[in-house]
Design a binder for this molecule. Structure first.
Ligand SMILES: [Zn+2]
Length: 237
């Protein structure tokens, strides 16, 4: 981990964390046994984004044609490339560790030792079983071990792991474990409350159900802390 040199006049000591290295090096072994990892092939990033877009488009075109659609239609013509671009550059760009957000830590100058809760972080992701969206709110909390992180970084981290084909359980754990690594503490909690279009728009067509998943690390496994977090989050709100 690189520690940025700071002048004595600098009020806050900053520490830049290269999350991609941390996750691969520090979490790598643990991942294998826990299935927290997104299943990726060894050659996942041999192709550039542009090569992937060029390769996906004809396949998506084939799906549309097999379904019987006439690709000569003005409205449909651009769809295969549009979808390929959206997959690679937007919806699934979080597969590539090169797109991990940079994380900057600060010294906990104010000695704030209670939990910090960032609630109602909107997220959109896609179910890896049906490739349709599931989306909702993420609630994230940690107790500082001496370092604090910019609040927007919590949103960025949720967004990064959401931009993969996902299952909600894995998404929740990936965010929790990444936060533990970045913040150098076990004391992290994550709760995700989501609607799955593969449940509401097809299949059983249940429009009213939500799926809730949670991750409680370190002190958040204590009943008192867990209840405090749940009180702040109050998902029935
Ligand atoms: Zn699904």
């Amino acid at each position: 981990m690189k520690q940025k040199e700071t002048l004595s006049t600098t009020p806050l000591k900053e520490e830049h964390i290269d999350l991609s290295n941390l996750l691969i090096e520090e979490m790598g072994d643990e991942h294998k046994a826990s299935s927290v990892d997104t299943p990726l092939r060894a050659d996942a990033f041999d192709k550039t984004d542009e090569e992937k877009i060029a390769a996906i488009a004809p396949h998506f075109k084939a799906i549309m044609e097999i379904l019987g659609m006439d690709l000569r239609d003005d409205s449909l013509r651009g769809t295969p490339v549009r979808v390929a671009k959206m997959y690679v550059k937007e919806l699934f760009q979080g597969l590539n560790p090169a797109n991990m957000p940079s994380m900057t830590l600060f010294e906990n100058k104010f000695q704030y030792n209670e939990m910090l809760v960032e609630k109602n972080i909107n997220f959109y992701t896609n179910c890896e079983h049906h490739f349709v969206p599931f989306f909702g709110k993420a609630h994230v909390a940690y107790i500082s071990s001496g370092k604090v992180i910019g609040l927007s970084k919590l949103n960025r981290l949720v967004e990064y792991f959401s931009k993969r084909p996902q299952v909600q359980e894995r998404l929740t754990m990936q965010i929790g474990k990444a936060l533990q690594t970045v913040l150098q503490t076990q004391d992290v909690a994550v709760m995700m409350d989501a609607k799955h279009l593969c449940v509401s728009s097809r299949g059983v067509k249940d429009d009213s159900s939500n799926t809730i998943t949670s991750f409680f690390g370190g002190k958040f496994q204590e009943e008192k802390r867990k209840m405090e977090f749940l009180k702040y989050v109050d998902i029935n709100e």
